[in-house]
Design a protein around this ligand. Structure first.
Ligand code: SAM
Length: 256
């Protein structure tokens, strides 16, 4: 997959692309992320990319011409790509959206700054606007990096263990189950906190059922909206209903 990020801070993107899962994927040629700046497309000597907002008020707005030239140059390099503006007023980024984007040949991501981008550019050059949450950041670079990370880790062959992405939160519409590793017994202030017996016993069917029950229970406790959506879509299996009922009963007796 090829990704271009249009940003006033290309070094921000380049630095983040050096590390972790995305860095390794770049080294292996599984993804190619390039940052381009509208400044390189500004026509005046001062390389102006922003101007004051019509109607007055604080802050600056990214100008159409240099940003449009940068976007078009990126689109020319990445035929068939989707152009996305990272904006707090966009549709929320979800795992379903990540899956939709991961099968595309390319993405052109526009990171805003200041008060944002001239609306006429968004109306004519951008396919969709995506938000990473109901809060406002200083720029679209972190949202672009969040989207890139979420997409790249789902690309075939990027994660060492293919299964690990499949088991992550949201992949099945549920949150992940709890994880434990060695040592089995901890000393000091965590003494007494036990690894659940079932995980040590080696009974794979019992482990599968425990994990599914924990995922259901966590989703019920922390994200009832996700569970309600699963119930409404009829996707909650008979086994899941039983496991969830058991979890709720155990939770009630612990609380009471
Ligand atoms: N005036 C804008 C508003 O109220 O929505 C906020 C502009 S913000 C200071 C500057 C840039 O950060 C935006 O143009 C956008 O690219 C990016 N940004 C901020 N919050 C974001 C979010 N939650 N999701 C995606 N992008 C965001």
């Amino acid at each position: 997959m090829q990704i271009a990020v249009i940003t006033l801070f290309p070094e921000f993107i380049a630095a983040a692309m050096q590390v972790g899962v995305v860095g390794r994927a770049q080294e292996r040629g599984q993804v190619d992320v390039q940052a381009m700046t509208p400044r390189d497309f500004a026509s005046d000597a001062r390389k102006t990319v922003d101007d004051r907002p019509y109607g007055g008020g604080p802050g600056m707005v990214l100008k159409v011409e240099p940003t449009r030239s940068a976007l078009r140059a990126a689109k020319d390099k990445l035929p068939g790509s989707r152009c996305i503006y990272m904006g707090a007023d966009g549709a929320p980024l979800t795992q379903a959206k990540v899956a939709e984007l991961a099968v595309l040949p390319g993405l052109v991501l526009l990171a805003g700054r200041y008060e944002g981008v001239d609306e006429r550019l968004l109306a004519t050059e951008v396919d969709e606007t995506i938000s990473i949450g109901d809060y406002v950041l200083s720029g679209g670079e972190l949202p672009a990096l969040v989207l890139i990370d979420a997409v790249v880790r789902t690309l075939p062959g990027v994660l060492g263990d293919e299964e690990s992405a499949q088991q992550d939160s949201f992949m099945t519409g549920l949150l992940d189950w709890p994880h434990y590793t060695r040592p089995e017994v901890l000393e000091g202030e965590l003494e007494g906190l036990k690894v659940p017996e079932v995980l040590i016993g080696g009974n794979h069917e019992a482990i599968r059922r425990w994990r599914l029950q924990q995922a259901l229970g966590r989703t019920w406790l922390r994200r009832p909206d996700l569970l309600a959506a699963r119930v409404a879509s009829g996707a909650l299996t008979a086994e899941e209903q039983t496991l969830l009922a058991e979890f709720k009963a155990a939770h009630a007796s612990e609380a009471g």
